[in-house]
Ligand binder design. Structure first.
Ligand code: ADP
Length: 266
């Protein structure tokens, strides 16, 4: 559909922008690192004119790097979150349809929804890009095909690491929905799993990965007052679980008992 196409184009431009910035940033780091290395190996140079040129070039590169990061930050802040009540089931079904049409046919895609899975409170556009980012990583981890499964359910007891991630200490388990994306791909070794959310961390070859996918997902769940957890091991595939809050769960419960339809925002 046209909507899916626009969405794909928008994501592609985001990918190009961040990819371009990561590339420029790397070039600047190369200048800084190279010049410092020369000065380290030949400390006598520091005093003379050539040494000063090396220092000057490194300083300019560092300033330019700082400008680039502030641009990147401005870009990410520009995407103001507009949380609303999102029907997770409908979103997963339409995403799965789009992926079935675009991904390698050897990747089998399924959606499993718990009966009466409640909606979540999140920015729908950002949630969709987060899911797409995760799905694209899953695809990359399954070059020979495999299965990609989306599952949504009311979160039971929150795992301890997830509970720690969620800012609100009074957060009750039933107030979160768990959306899990599982693949049967290569899985992550411990050292990759530990760093997977770091901006610019990637194990993909240059031009294929920016290392911004999962850090963007992390930023999104944090801003949505939720959490994200990775379950992965080499050869055992990967599950990324998003925990997102339900819209005003308490108010909705009170309203229901009063037979009054509209939840009131605090
Ligand atoms: P990118 O995809 O651009 O590399 P991400 O931040 O999305 O950046 O991911 C960081 C790294 O985490 C990837 O390079 C990869 O090593 C690992 N990773 C992410 N998702 C998966 C997955 N589903 N299976 C295996 N490894 C993954």
């Amino acid at each position: 559909s046209e909507e899916a196409l626009n969405h794909a184009q928008r994501l592609e431009s985001v990918g190009q922008l961040t990819g371009g910035i990561a590339h420029d940033f790397n070039n600047l780091l190369t200048v800084i690192q190279g010049n410092l290395q020369v000065l380290e190996e030949l400390p006598a140079l520091a005093g003379d004119e050539f040494g000063q040129q090396l220092v000057g070039a490194a300083t300019r590169a560092a300033k330019r790097g700082a400008e680039l990061t502030s641009k990147l930050l401005a870009f990410s802040r520009r995407q103001v979150l507009q949380p609303s009540s999102v029907d997770v089931g409908a979103m997963l079904e339409s995403l799965a349809d789009m992926l079935r049409r675009t991904l390698d046919q050897r990747i089998e895609i399924s959606v499993e929804l718990a009966p009466e899975c409640p909606p979540v409170l999140a920015d729908p556009g950002q949630l969709e890009s987060a899911l797409l980012n995760i799905a694209i990583n899953a695809r990359d981890a399954m070059p020979e095909g495999g299965s990609l499964r989306f599952k949504a359910e009311l979160a039971g007891a929150l795992p301890a690491d997830v509970r720690r991630e969620i800012d609100d200490p009074s957060a009750m388990d039933e107030r979160f929905v768990r959306i899990a994306i599982s693949d049967t791909g290569s899985g992550m070794p411990e050292e990759v799993k530990e760093r997977a959310f770091e901006p610019f961390f990637t194990t993909k070859q240059a031009g294929r990965g920016t290392g911004l996918g999962l850090s963007t997902v992390y930023g999104f769940v944090k801003q949505s007052r939720g959490a994200v957890a990775i379950d992965s091991a080499p050869g055992a595939g990967t599950t990324i679980a998003l925990y997102l809050p339900r819209p005003w769960a308490e108010e909705a419960a009170v309203d229901e008992s009063l037979h009054d339809g509209d939840a009131v925002r605090p």
